[in-house]
Design a binder for this molecule. Structure first.
Ligand SMILES: Nc1ncnc2c1ncn2[C@@H]1O[C@H](COP(=O)(O)OP(=O)(O)OP(=O)(O)O)[C@@H](O)[C@H]1O
Ligand SMILES: [Mg+2]
Length: 386
């Protein structure tokens, strides 16, 4: 009996279909490490929930570490981002016991002060406080420059990774965009630093809403896996365990998962278990896939029900209208028209569903569900439960 090599709900280090992105990440980290380069455009991997963003970002973190860079990892959304970032930088530099560490500690306090003043700005009377403290973007710029310089003196550099960027607060996004814009034009000694992030499909809207320089970020969309990549995602982990997939079994899972990484892992994991945790030399048959079907469908039901449960009545109305369209990625205007509303009337529900990771915009003006099969699930609802 061997445990399943599949990773439903877990980050994976095996990333078929992402080879081009992995090469770019490696080259980028090498560029920062070897040439002490500052990478002027922050890169943001965007895509639907469960498409593999965090897994790729973790790959970038490992690539940075392998090149001798110091990675700093943060996940946005739980708390305001800048205090979390400064706490991570403080952790990093606390052990240094050098003048540089003291400088960084004082820059961290500056940043904290600027953030609290910016926070007050919303409620305080005009002019209060702001003139005495720097803006968060300036404070962040100085902090990142000092940290990168210090790391450089020890032969390294700074690589910042931010997951769930779409959930970052407005102040932090603005400060990040400002700091990166200004760092690129600092013509002092080498500043080895890079910023890579990941977020849901509408992250570019969130970033450009918050920051004037937001459009200078590079947004790279991760899509569902090609047939070949999905095939490799199933077969390669099994081969490592000496197990093979019957042709019909692979075909069945490929068809059920539609190239969506999250579903591929669910189906493959369940098939492995119903094949009896095969020993080396074993085979996963179509029978095993079929035997796992009830269990997977139950999990999918929970998956869809959770999403449906998160939607408000107005959002459900929009979801139903999308599900009723014949195209899998209908035009926003067509959906609104079918609801008898102007496009602007659905924009709040649309944005909120995007924040919840239920809806995506695969291209400008288009709408699509983030998971295959959700449309059928919605149409199966009788509409009386809300
Ligand atoms: N290239 C890939 N091939 C096969 N499976 C993958 C690949 N990338 C990720 N996965 C799997 O897909 C699922 C989702 O991965 P991951 O958590 O990295 O996605 P995500 O886009 O960050 O999701 P979320 O938006 O929910 O945070 C996991 O089960 C992971 O093991
Ligand atoms: Mg993730």
């Amino acid at each position: 009996m061997q445990r399943s090599p599949y990773t439903p709900g877990e980050v994976t280090a095996f990333l078929p279909g992402r080879e081009t992105h992995m090469v770019r990440l490696r080259v980028q980290m090498q560029h920062v490490a070897d040439e002490k380069a500052f990478i002027a455009r922050p890169r943001v991997y965007v895509g639907s929930r469960g498409v593999g963003k965090t897994s790729l970002l973790r790959y970038g973190q490992r690539a940075a570490r392998e090149r001798g860079l110091t990675p700093v990892w943060i996940t946005a959304g739980d708390a305001d981002l800048l205090p979390v970032l400064s706490a991570e930088l403080e952790k990093l530099t606390r052990a240094w016991h050098s003048a540089a560490a003291q400088e960084i500690a004082s820059l961290i306090r500056n940043l904290e002060l600027s953030v609290s003043v910016a926070g007050l700005g919303a409620t305080a009377s005009p002019g209060q406080g702001r003139s005495t403290a720097e803006a968060p973007g300036q404070a962040l710029e100085a902090l990142i420059a000092a940290t990168a310089h210090s790391l450089h003196r020890h032969g390294g550099g700074l690589a910042i990774f931010i997951d769930e960027l779409q959930a970052a607060d407005h102040t932090a996004l603005k400060a990040l965009a400002y700091a990166w814009q200004h760092l690129r034009s600092r013509d002092e000694s080498p500043l080895p630093a890079t910023l890579v992030a990941a977020g849901l499909g509408h992250t570019s809207d969130v970033v450009t809403d918050a920051a004037t320089f937001g459009e200078r970020f590079e947004f790279v969309r991760l899509k569902d896996l090609s047939r070949e990549a999905a095939y490799n995602a199933l077969s390669e982990p099994a081969i490592k365990f000496g197990v093979s997939w019957q042709y019909q079994a692979v075909e069945a899972v490929l068809e059920k998962a539609h190239g969506y990484p999250h579903f591929l892992q669910l189906w493959a994991h369940a098939a492995w278990e119903s094949a009896g945790f095969p020993d080396p030399g074993g085979t996963i048959t179509l029978g095993a896939v079929e035997a796992s079907e009830d269990e997977v469908l139950e999990q999918l039901d929970v998956f869809y029900r959770t999403r449906w449960g998160k939607a408000t009545p107005a959002e459900r109305e929009l979801l139903r209208a999308i599900a009723l369209q014949s195209s899998p990625a209908p035009r926003r205007a067509d959906v609104a028209a079918a609801m008898g509303k102007p496009t602007t009337a659905i924009s709040m529900a649309r944005r909120s569903l995007m924040d919840k990771g239920i809806l995506d915009s695969p291209a400008r003006g288009l709408l699509a569900f983030t998971a295959p099969g959700f449309s059928s699930y919605i149409l199966e609802q009788d509409g009386t439960e809300d």
